[in-house]
Design a binder for this molecule. Structure first.
Ligand code: ADP
Length: 396
């Protein structure tokens, strides 16, 4: 049976792709085109355990997708299995509360939402346009990072600013990582029956990081806002702070508001505090060798994650499950422990041996025996979710 889906995550300077088959369970090929828009760009294909890199003379998005098409042409068994293309789209605003088959109206809607994601949405649109050109017979589907959070109530999504700003400009919390949260909620329901009727807190901790409260299967609160800058401290993003800082920074450093915002997006977070790296693994190694600043950055990251988890719990009846996911959540036993240490007031505790020996890539409950809240490590899989949405929409 033909069921191959080409999943495309087209960013402003990189493009990740994969072909998934067998209801998204098998990865036939995957790869990434890096440094697009520069003369240093390349594309890597990983297939059957082998890696092949091609230097791109022309680092355009079009050339990257053309190379994917050429690779598929030379692997006809994979090419011929394709039945659709699924695109990750960062911002769907209030227009999209679920994944959709792409037509001109959807393209216009994604374009309209570009005002809130000026780097991402235009790149996605480019990916959609080029993919429709190069794969003319295949239906295309858009899967939105914001869609899962469209269930938030107004008391959660509104900012306490004049209502006219919401009415006229749609300034509100949207939230991101929704595809990951939807996957985790679905996965949790298969390993812990009944969780769909319960209260779940999820910490998606990667270079970008956020938390989400899921009440009876629906997002009830999340930490990111109108953009992914709000909420937790991240790799290079500050997360939430007093908004007055923006004008203080711009005045003190004699830079524009946009340049000050760039500092909060690109030079803050783990990188800003450690003055070493935005990468958690590098910081853990530095901390082990006695670097106090790396330790402080990691402790701040843990403290803020715990604080946002606690605050999102106000939208739940009970904290039945806490889930750690994302590159840091899945792999850093140190940060999982540091976050849970700060949730003692909620009677959260984990088994430190289980936590430290958690095997990579597997689902595991690491709660302490005495703790009534399940504490899970569950690897996320956004590509699988995009492939499944694409299959569902094509078949209905
Ligand atoms: P992105 O937001 O870019 O998708 P990822 O989810 O890939 O980010 O997470 C990247 C982060 O995960 C990096 O900070 C990296 O150091 C961290 N990470 C990956 N493996 C480990 C590990 N074994 N221990 C600690 N941190 C890890």
């Amino acid at each position: 049976m033909k069921d191959g889906i080409l999943v495309i995550n087209c960013g402003s300077s990189s493009l990740k792709f994969a072909v998934l088959s067998h209801a998204g369970q098998h990865i036939l090929v995957e790869g990434i085109a890096d440094k697009l828009g520069s003369n240093l760009s390349s594309i890597t294909f990983k297939c059957d355990g082998e890696k092949k890199q091609i230097i791109l003379d022309d680092g355009s998005h079009k050339n990257a997708i053309t190379q994917i098409k050429l690779w598929l042409d030379s692997h006809p068994n994979i090419h011929d299995s394709l039945i659709g293309v699924g695109h990750r789209v960062v911002h769907g605003g209030e227009t999209f509360s679920k994944s959709v088959l792409i037509n001109q109206k959807v393209v216009d809607g994604i374009e309209e939402c570009a005002k809130f994601a000026p780097l991402h949405n235009p790149a996605h649109l480019k990916g959609i346009e080029i993919a429709s050109e190069l794969f003319p017979g295949l239906p295309q589907v858009a899967v939105f990072d914001t869609a899962f959070h469209q269930t938030l109530t107004p008391e959660q999504y509104l900012y306490p600013i004049p209502m006219g700003l919401y009415r006229d400009h749609h300034f509100r919390k949207y939230g991101f990582h929704g595809t990951s949260y939807r996957y985790i909620s679905k996965q949790l329901a298969t390993i812990s029956k009944g969780s769909h009727q319960q209260g779940v807190l999820v910490a998606h901790l990667g270079n970008g990081a956020s938390i989400c409260a899921i009440n009876q299967g629906e997002s009830s609160d999340t930490s990111m806002g109108i953009t992914p800058l709000e909420g937790l401290m991240m790799g290079t993003r500050s997360g939430s702070l007093d908004p007055s800082l923006l004008s203080f920074i711009s005045q003190a450093e004699d830079i524009s508001a946009q340049a000050a915002l760039d500092i909060l997006n690109k030079k803050s977070g783990l990188l800003g505090i450690s003055e070493l790296s935005n990468d958690c693994r590098t910081l853990e190694e530095a901390m082990t060798s006695g670097d106090e600043r790396a330790k402080l950055a990691l402790e701040m990251f843990a403290a803020r994650t715990a604080k946002y988890l606690a605050s999102a719990a106000t939208t739940l009846e009970n904290i039945d499950h806490i889930v750690f996911t994302g590159g840091i959540g899945e792999n850093s036993s140190y940060l999982r422990q540091a976050v849970c240490n700060r949730l003692k007031a909620f009677n959260i505790s984990i088994d430190s041996e289980l936590n430290e020996s958690a095997p990579r890539g597997e689902n595991l409950n690491i709660k302490a025996q005495t703790c009534t809240t399940n504490v899970w490590v569950i690897p996320t899989n956004e590509e699988l979710m995009i492939a499944l949405d694409t299959i569902n929409l094509i078949q209905h």
